[in-house]
Design a protein around this ligand. Structure first.
Ligand code: PDD
Length: 273
């Protein structure tokens, strides 16, 4: 297996990471997870755009061009003979003696690897655990600092749920590693792309598909009580695509079928692959 280390592809066992890398000290890094179908990266330009934006929002000196990233990604997919799976790319502010204060001359560290495709839950649906959103106020930045996310995911798994749906003071935000959509009276509802959620690439694709299908989309925050009577619910992400929710558990208890709007969007999504 091969990995990306800075601008090179090296065998995994030859890769070296410095113990004083700022992503270890402070979670001071940004990342992207890109889906690969038939050995081709999906929505790559959108992922690079968000990676650049995340780096910029954190004042990171990231000057690798998107062309270079695209070339490296293609080479990694080829070397690892990946047909269906994901590519993970991380940018750390680099290795320096531990100091909270970053300077602007650090040399960023680029790393990357491939992963196999996750188990499919798209036809079966999942159980979702409703819990508090404990994260910071810049969830729009895709940083490797994911403590609130992993705590919620563990809580969900301990309750036999595959995803945690989080709310901040009663207002539903998103999943621990996905965005949430509801369907009511044929209208699609999701949290607006503010600082309180990550604006998912899959989320943006689904909104576009809904527009094309003549489905009205409302990007508005809603209270967690709305989950009790929702007709349909699904999560979206690079790895889970469009995955229906069939039950909410925890702070909310409700069950719902996999509905026609979810299925229609799944069919349209499948055509893009
Ligand atoms: N997570 N919200 C959060 C908090 C996420 O971590 C993710 C993705 C999404 C969906 O974004 P996208 O559609 O661009 O994948 C929303 C990735 C897959 C991960 O960390 O593994």
């Amino acid at each position: 297996k091969y990995v990306i280390q800075n601008l090179e592809i090296v065998p995994e066992n030859e890769a070296t990471i410095q113990p004083n890398d700022r992503s270890y000290h402070f979670g001071d890094g940004v990342y992207e997870v890109v889906r690969v179908y038939h050995s081709k990266p999906f929505q790559l330009d959108a992922h690079w755009k968000r990676l650049m934006e995340s780096a910029k929002k954190l004042d990171m000196n990231f000057s690798v061009s998107t062309d270079e990233l695209t070339k490296l990604t293609a080479e990694l997919i080829e070397k690892n003979q990946l047909e269906d799976g994901t590519v993970y790319i991380q940018v750390s502010r680099g290795a320096t003696e531990r100091n909270h204060l970053y300077t602007r001359d650090e040399k960023v560290v680029l790393t990357g690897f491939t992963m196999a495709a996750p188990a499919r839950m798209q036809t079966k649906g999942i159980h979702a655990w409703v819990t508090d959103d404990l994260r910071w106020l810049r969830c729009d930045i895709k940083t490797v600092n994911l403590l609130g996310n992993i705590m919620a995911k563990r809580e969900a798994a301990d309750a036999d749920c595959q995803e945690a749906i989080m709310h901040r003071d009663g207002t539903v935000t998103e999943g621990s590693s996905s965005n949430l959509f509801l369907v009511n009276d044929g209208i699609l509802y999701t949290h607006p792309a503010t600082n309180l959620i990550l604006n998912g690439i899959t989320r943006q694709v689904v909104i576009q598909l809904a527009h094309e299908a003549g489905i009205k989309v409302v990007e508005e925050a809603f209270p967690k009580e709305v989950l009790i009577h929702t007709e349909e619910a699904f999560i979206t992400s690079t790895t889970s695509e469009i995955t229906p929710i069939i039950e909410f558990k925890g702070q909310i208890n409700a069950q719902m079928p996999i509905g026609p709007v979810t299925k229609k969007l799944q069919e349209r999504f499948a055509k893009l692959i």
